[in-house]
Design a protein around this ligand. Structure first.
Ligand SMILES: Nc1ncnc2c1ncn2[C@@H]1O[C@H](COP(=O)(O)OP(=O)(O)OP(=O)(O)O)[C@@H](O)[C@H]1O
Ligand SMILES: Cc1ncc(COP(=O)(O)O)c(N)n1
Length: 263
């Protein structure tokens, strides 16, 4: 069985973070493991508190994972502080981690800040250059490319800038665009659109976490970057189309939509 690791924060309401990642990996028949960077007390309406693990504890989590069940791919999500970013970068290098997908989570859909402003410089210096793929949403791509994004041409320019700066593929996600949900993959100087119609579903909590974990799962199974993005885009569209409706705010997605006879 192929294996994947998520290095991210826990979401007590189960819709984003580690919980979304493990559910996604399981739906892909990939064995999911986790190195938790922080516990969040949150639900579909917002985040009320965050408790980071210590750098020493994160180091121990990574040591336990990499010295036993080696992950075929790694996904990095919420990492709030510069100190934890340093620990992750050092250990991924030490254990020669492969197929690294970085979702540069900065702000939750609900508006809560999940990365300290002072950590952005460390993110750029440590984790971004190690990534095989970066998956910023539009506001994150604006921060990383230091430009505003209004049009599809802007998405291409920003993705190119980020790809050249960090030497990795970039998937600029269009979930925050007004019209269709079109994602742009830029790699090795060429780009390809993964187009999808906007699904009228207010419950989008954890879409970014789910997409990056689906890509990591596909990479773990040996698919190419383009195939992995295509499969993951189909997965997120299916999970949104299942129209699960839980909670009082922006609810989670249905990860069991491909399993027959579950209802
Ligand atoms: N309403 C929608 N209909 C179809 N696809 C969507 C919709 N919203 C988001 N997506 C897709 O979900 C994926 C995540 O995109 P998005 O831009 O929302 O990321 P994000 O902001 O990081 O997610 P999150 O809400 O977890 O922070 C992308 O593939 C995007 O196209
Ligand atoms: C632990 C954790 N990681 C990531 C997100 C971002 O997801 P979203 O933007 O959908 O709230 C989150 N809310 N919580």
């Amino acid at each position: 069985m192929r294996t994947a690791l998520t290095i991210a924060g826990s979401d007590s309401s189960g819709g984003a973070g580690i919980q979304a990642d493990i559910k996604t990996m399981m739906a892909h028949h990939v064995f999911g493991m986790s190195a938790i960077t922080a516990l969040t007390a949150q639900n579909t309406t917002g985040v009320i508190d965050i408790m980071e693990v210590t750098p020493k504890f994160l180091e121990e989590e990574l040591q336990c994972i990499f010295t036993d069940i080696y992950p075929d791919a790694v996904k990095i999500g919420m990492v709030s502080s510069a100190e934890l970013m340093e620990v992750i970068a050092r250990n991924l290098k030490k254990y020669n981690a492969k197929k690294i997908v970085v979702d540069p989570v900065m702000v939750a859909t609900s508006g809560a800040k999940l990365m300290e402003d002072t950590a952005i410089a460390t993110l750029k210096r440590t984790l971004l250059p190690m990534a095989d793929l970066l998956t910023p949403n539009i506001p994150e791509a604006e921060v990383l490319a230091e430009m505003e994004i209004f049009t599809e041409e802007d998405m291409i320019a920003a993705a190119q800038k980020i790809s050249e700066a960090y030497g990795c593929a970039v998937l600029c996600k269009g979930g925050h665009q007004k019209n269709d949900a079109n994602d742009l993959l830029y790699q090795n100087g060429t780009f390809r659109w993964f187009r999808g119609r906007r699904i009228e579903n207010p419950n989008t909590h954890g879409t970014g976490c789910t997409l990056s974990s689906a890509i990591a799962s596909n990479l773990a199974k040996g698919f190419s970057m383009e195939e992995s993005v295509e499969n993951a885009k189909n997965y997120i569209s299916g999970a949104l189309e299942a129209m699960l409706d839980l909670g009082k705010g922006s609810g989670p997605m249905d990860h069991a939509f491909r399993v027959e006879g579950v209802y």
